[in-house]
Design a protein around this ligand. Sequence first.
Ligand code: NDP
Length: 260
Amino acid sequence: MAKELEQRIALVTGASRGIGRACALALADAGAAVALVGRAANDLADVEASVATRGVRAASFVCDVTDPATVAKLPALVHAALGPIDVLVNNAGAAESRPFAKADLEHWERMLRVNLTSAFLVTRAFLPGMLERGFGRVIQIASVAGKVGAPYVAAYTAAKHGVVGFTKALALEVAKKGVTVNAVCPGYVDTSMTDASVDNIVVRTGKSADDARSILARTNPQERLIEPEEIAATVVFLASAAARGINGQSINVCGGATPL
Ligand code: NDP
């Protein structure tokens, strides 16, 4: 039986670990060829090997998604290796927390660059090809921080709200062209990003790592961390033909933490 995303070519930024890695593997399981983008060649090579075991084509591209010149070169390189991109997953991101009084301009701009401007740069690079071919899926990995606020993460929260706004606006602009633009908004996911938040709580409060992890788990009404594979499954659905009517949406995967 044909797989849902056979014949499709996907690109995942931040594919070296965590949610990006899970998305790459799930897209491969659904039959898509996958381009893997990140800064660490060795980690990408490991994920590429895992993708290849699914019997689909894979290729890795070392690229800092905040660097406009490097991102601009990606479409030609990816096209030469795999072909034109149908499904773009803007997943790369970073979360640094600090009290607002200690948030200098450099921190603010770093958070906006890696979480918001990167999505603009990579989308700008690949959207023209999607519009030309009359099919495309742009999927942003935003956050519940794109819907609600929290203390100590003003810059990250501003960036993720920006991703949600960017998604709504672009979705309307391309609505008649066979391209959809959506976001997935996870709560705390069990990845190294959350491990860093746990470490931060331990240092700040003196609590144990287990207690710190429980505090984060309890932000989810289901009292658990979300698994990266749950985000990946939502991404695969948004990439599917069945999801063609879903456009401009920011879908929460957070156990019901926010009704927004
Ligand atoms: P990880 O820290 O585990 O992974 C982040 C990924 O992004 C890595 O592959 C990293 O690769 C890549 N990356 C970071 N900066 C850059 C850059 N400048 N250029 C290219 N790649 C980069 O994070 P998660 O998997 O947890 O998070 C993935 C996304 O999900 C992020 O956008 C995050 O904000 C979002 N999210 C995460 C949540 C969580 O609880 N974990 C909750 C809500 C949203 P490398 O460093 O090797 O380049």
